[in-house]
Unconditional design. Structure first.
Length: 602
């Protein structure tokens, strides 16, 4: 569940129901998706959460792909653990773990936009923890936090049963005094930020420390302390000063990427998210990764992008050529030869036939011009910067576009001009494909706050995601119609002729119209993929090019799509409703995302 879907749901639904019910809804939803065949790929597609190798690290012989982990406080029932490992987390904490289920377990509540945990908070039993870790194949490290109230016997049982499945135990100071044996798994001593001072004593057998953010006791509830980040920062600095080689894991007090950066610079090796993950959204780990990369990796550029730019330029020029023909002759000589009738003869029979064909060809021209703009800007601002997501976006759309040529003959007509155009594009695309080999860079972003512009842009991103998905589905529908029924009800009403009548005029007329529709549909699919992936993976502060790409790249398609309908008098409201809907998404999305995408680095 990316931020662009999480925040609207959080505002509409989660803020109006109990905290536990909202948690269960999210966890079960994500876990269900992750359990389906291909579900993990869907989550990766929506979030593109893979981390850069520059963020990988090793502690106590355990490899971490990210320094950001998830606290067990957010998933005490372990209902979402399987899905959380797909959201970019480098490790997951489970617990507090008890040997037997306690008689009283009270779920958290919302109090003034904060999570208030009960002093009798939820815990997970050893049996439940074993059930989850045995049933699921985790590809991220697991840490087990054992409940502070365990007696020596239960502590030993829990560690014996869990040690084959976890990469470390989090134990409280008094529990370390109860240990009488080696478990073969790293042990980390739990401390509160308030407990770290200049004369602190640590157990000799530990492999690291976990420093929890401080909580305030409000009656029977615990609320994270307002200045917890700064207390945690001081505790980390002091611990690092006294025990420079000891790994430090922090727990809590991170609500924005800037908070993680503070703790990272203070000396924290790993950091766990708690309440901030709920308030800020599931995209927080990814945003932290992008902020950390700014200090670890300078932006790189490559010269291997020119053929990709030329590919987009060729489609852009091809769109204008198609526009010229759509505005002048509409159908060419080889079209007339195939149909067996000239355009003049068709006009005499029914002038709306030529107008209808012009509207399809005009729409195709506008879509090609928009696609060319999207390809060119993606090549210059994405591929030139070696961004992996831009590489996937560019070539996914291009390959689908090439496959679309098979639809041109779906109704028995092959357009030689289209065929020659794609044939001319093929060697250019082959050269573009060869440029893709080293485009593996991860995105980075200097923006690290949860300000108003970012919050608005989340909703703008949602609208552009819907826009891209709608274009993709619309293109598929038009393509299918083009190679099956060819016409919809409003088309027949505009033409004042049904398929049988058109077939009687010339049995080759419908194949030509079908080829236009299928070609337009396949082009729209490619544009839908471009818009969708740009929306999913490209939204970052300061990416001015993306805003202007949306603003100017979509105009040719919208102007051609709407303008040609009014030009020929095909103004059926039902027929144009999808276009009006897309225009609203486009305009409102631009307004909401403007401040965030066009902002300057301060």
């Amino acid at each position: 569940m990316p931020d662009w879907s999480y925040h609207p749901l959080k505002k509409i639904l989660f803020s109006k129901i109990e905290a536990k019910k909202g948690r269960q809804f999210i966890h079960y939803s994500m876990s269900t998706i992750a359990s389906l065949p291909g579900g993990k790929h869907v989550i990766e597609f929506l979030g593109h959460n893979a981390t850069s190798s520059l963020l990988h690290k090793q502690l106590n012989n355990t490899n971490f792909k990210s320094p950001i982990g998830l606290s067990g406080m957010l998933d005490p029932e372990l209902t979402g653990t399987k899905a959380f490992q797909e959201l970019g987390f480098g490790y997951i904490e489970i617990g507090p773990i008890v040997f037997r289920a306690p008689t009283t377990q009270i779920a958290p509540q919302w109090q003034q936009n904060q999570i208030a945990f009960s002093t009798s908070s939820e815990k997970v039993t050893l049996n439940r923890a074993l059930q989850v870790v045995v049933a699921n194949k985790f590809h991220v490290p697991l840490f087990a936090r054992l409940d502070e109230g365990l007696c020596a016997v239960d502590l030993q049982r829990c560690m014996e049963h869990l040690s084959p499945f976890v990469d470390g135990f989090f134990l409280y100071s008094k529990q370390l005094e109860l240990l009488r044996y080696e478990v073969g798994v790293p042990i980390y001593q739990i401390l509160s930020a308030n407990q770290v001072h200049s004369s602190i004593q640590l157990a000799k057998s530990i492999s690291g420390v976990v420093i929890d953010a401080p909580f305030l006791n409000s009656g029977d509830r615990l609320i994270e302390q307002g200045d917890g980040l700064y207390l945690l920062q001081e505790a980390v600095q002091l611990m690092k000063k006294q025990f420079s080689n000891l790994p430090i894991i922090t727990n809590g007090a991170i609500n924005a990427p800037s908070d993680a950066l503070i703790l990272n610079k203070a000396g924290a090796d790993l950091m766990m998210l708690t309440e901030g993950f709920v308030n800020t959204g599931p995209g927080l780990p990814k945003r932290i990764h992008e902020r950390l990369l700014v200090d670890k990796m300078p932006s790189h550029s490559t010269s291997q992008w020119h053929w990709s730019f030329i590919f987009g330029l060729a489609i852009f020029i091809g769109g204008f050529i198609a526009l010229y023909f759509a505005l002048t002759t509409v159908i060419l000589q080889y079209d007339e030869k195939f149909i067996g009738l000239t355009s003049s003869q068709l006009i005499l029979i029914n002038p709306k036939i030529i107008a209808f064909m012009a509207h399809d060809r005009m729409s195709l021209a506008g879509t090609m011009i928009s696609a060319g703009i999207l390809y060119m800007t993606l090549a210059y601002f994405g591929l030139r910067r070696q961004l992996h997501w831009a590489n996937v976006t560019f070539h996914s759309a291009a390959i689908i576009g090439f496959l679309g040529i098979s639809l041109f003959i779906g109704y028995g007509y092959f357009d030689w001009l289209h065929g020659l155009f794609w044939l001319a594009l093929l060697p250019i695309y082959i050269m573009s494909w060869r440029e893709r080999k080293n485009l593996k860079a991860s995105p980075q972003s200097w923006h690290d706050t949860n300000d108003l512009a970012w919050k608005r842009a989340v909703y703008g991103q949602l609208l552009f995601v819907i826009l891209g998905f709608s274009l993709l589905i619309g293109g598929l529908v038009i393509s299918i119609i083009g190679i099956t029924t060819v016409f919809v009800t409003t088309d027949i009403s505009f033409l004042c002729m049904d398929s049988a009548t058109l077939q009687a005029i010339s049995n080759r007329l419908i194949p030509v119209i079908a080829h236009d529709r299928a070609g337009f549909g396949s082009a729209l699919v490619s544009v839908g993929i471009l818009v969708l992936c740009l929306s999913l993976w490209g939204f970052r502060a300061g990416e001015r090019w993306l805003w202007f790409t949306f603003a100017f790249g979509a105009l040719p398609a919208f102007l051609a799509g709407i303008g040609t309908h009014f030009a020929i008098g095909y103004t059926s409201f039902i027929h144009l409703v999808p276009l009006y809907f897309l225009c609203v998404l486009y305009v409102v999305g631009l307004v909401l995302s403007y401040s965030h995408l066009t902002r300057q680095k301060v």
